[in-house]
Design a protein around this ligand. Structure first.
Ligand code: GDP
Ligand code: MG
Length: 467
């Protein structure tokens, strides 16, 4: 999806004029890209309609950089589609990835009851484990309730998972599992076996002063009356604070349709979109909000216990449009560095041949560009890595002094900067040995990043987008 979007928008961003014709043409590509990604037809239609209307407005057609405007419109509509109205209203354009993510879900004592629902195999049990791990790390007391009584194996799976979290995940909290395995035999014969388990689990949670009780319920291969009846009974008996619907992103539109059915019967509070890591087309995320009216709260990004993320519409929109806000990053960078320079540097970086001189040149360009952190922070995954780079004014001056105190060999990276060299350099530049070490660290980080980015094809993509 991301690739198709990029190519459609890249063409526009090169245009100095937007005309009705080229906007329509680009929107055709966007439409095809969305449909191919298995986004719901109605969602695609209304999305394209909104973007087109806005893009053809006077202000955009006459704007200085219409291409940029167009990208912003598509971005904002994507964010909206993903449920990020609040974010847009708050004027939030891109989440700074170096900031700590907001909490996955607030927990009120007493306990907070979270009920999982969803089809068989969607990832309910796995998500229970991930949530338990998340809260154990944060010092909470967690109780998992085994209310999937369809098979004995389901109860065992949850118990094993609870043990695993309790033993392997560090944290001040604790995780236990409430189960009544004998109820499995009653399941399907007696009405309400799952309800009994959940009620008993809630009583236990209250007695033990648990912070969060998570109910792992049964699924079915398809939505049916039996399943919905059972889930409604459970919800009625324990009135959960949150009913989460777990859906498998890989099943695309089917997932979204079943989400609609669940919501009609159960009034869910939000969606957990699992297997987001394996969803190559990415369509489910885009349809869920509009079709169900419910927000995606978390995404599952792997089978491991820590593979759960809070869902950020702004980030995901950025990812769909390309890698972070590469477009504006490239545009800003271009104003500062000529194309040949950029190309030469890019090649050097890709080969791991960046020198201290190049590094200094970059820092200077970055200083001219404005905030380096916010700029690089637009690239996903980079935010964390750049926290310690020397980029404040004074630090750049110091860096300059340090690099100037290096001899040729050192600047070209042909001499390892051992302690005695570091001492000499710091004396020569009137800085502390520590400053030199920090600079070396920053330099290494940027060279690594250059290699990694070229490995991901990011630099060449960024370049072709700019060019
Ligand atoms: P349930 O029937 O809804 O309880 O589903 P399970 O929790 O048992 O999960 C079904 C399968 O999906 C298991 O093999 C999980 O490892 C896998 N799974 C769950 N969540 C994710 C995810 O976010 N990413 C990936 N790749 N696999 C997942
Ligand atoms: Mg399960």
């Amino acid at each position: 999806l991301s690739e198709r979007f990029e190519s459609a928008l890249r063409r526009l961003s090169g245009e100095s004029h937007l005309s009705e014709a080229n906007v329509r043409e680009a929107m055709e590509d966007v439409r095809t890209a969305l449909l191919e990604a298995d986004v719901h037809y109605d969602v695609v239609a209304s999305f394209c309609e909104r973007v087109q209307q806005e893009a053809l407005g006077e202000a955009v057609l006459k704007a200085v950089k219409p291409g940029e405007q167009m990208i912003k419109i598509v971005n904002d509509e994507l964010v909206r589609l993903l449920g990020g109205d609040e974010a847009l209203e708050a004027g939030e354009e891109a989440v700074d990835p170096s900031q700590a993510p907001p909490p996955i879900m607030e927990v009120v004592p007493g306990p907070t009851v979270v009920m999982m629902s969803g089809l068989q195999g969607s990832g309910k049990t796995t998500t229970c484990g991930k949530l338990a791990a998340y809260y154990k790390k944060r010092g909470k007391k967690v109780l998992l309730a085994a209310a999937d009584l369809q098979r004995p194996a389901a109860v065992t799976q949850l118990r094993v998972l609870a043990d695993q979290v309790q033993n392997d995940v560090e944290g001040a909290g604790s995780v236990a599992c409430y189960a009544e395995p004998e109820k499995v035999a009653e399941y399907g014969k007696a009405v309400g076996a799952a309800v009994t388990v959940c009620k008993n689990a809630l009583a236990r949670a209250k007695r033990d002063e648990v912070d969060i009780l998570i109910l792992d319920t049964a699924g079915r291969l398809h939505v049916n009356a039996e399943l919905m009846g059972e889930l409604r009974q459970v919800a009625g008996a324990v009135t959960p604070h949150q009913i989460l619907l777990v859906i498998d992103a890989m099943t695309g539109q089917d997932a979204v349709n079943s989400a609609k059915a669940f919501d009609e019967q159960l009034e869910i509070d939000g969606v957990v979109l699992t297997k987001y890591d394996s969803d190559t087309r990415g369509g489910a995320a885009l349809s869920v909000r509009q079709v169900t009216g419910r927000p995606i709260k978390f995404v599952g990004v792997g089978e491991k216990l820590d593979a759960l993320e809070a869902f950020h519409p702004t980030r995901v929109a950025g990812r769909i449009l390309g890698m972070g806000d590469v477009v504006s990053l490239v545009e800003k960078a271009q104003e500062q560095v000529s194309e040949e320079e950029a190309l030469a540097l890019q090649e050097k970086m890709a080969k791991g041949q960046m020198t201290m001189d190049d590094f200094l040149g970059q820092l200077r360009a970055i200083r001219r560009m404005g905030s380096f952190k916010s700029l690089l922070g637009m690239l996903p995954g980079v935010g964390q890595a750049i926290k310690d780079l020397p980029i404040e004014e004074k630090q750049i001056d110091r860096t300059e002094a340090i690099i100037q105190s290096m001899n040729r060999e050192e600047r070209k990276g042909r001499a390892a900067l051992d302690n005695s060299r570091r001492r000499r350099i710091s004396r020569g530049s009137g800085t502390q040995a520590e400053d030199v070490s920090q600079l070396v660290k920053g330099f290494e980080m940027v060279s690594q990043m250059g290699k990694a980015m070229s490995g991901m094809g990011m630099l060449s993509k960024a370049k072709s987008m700019a060019g």
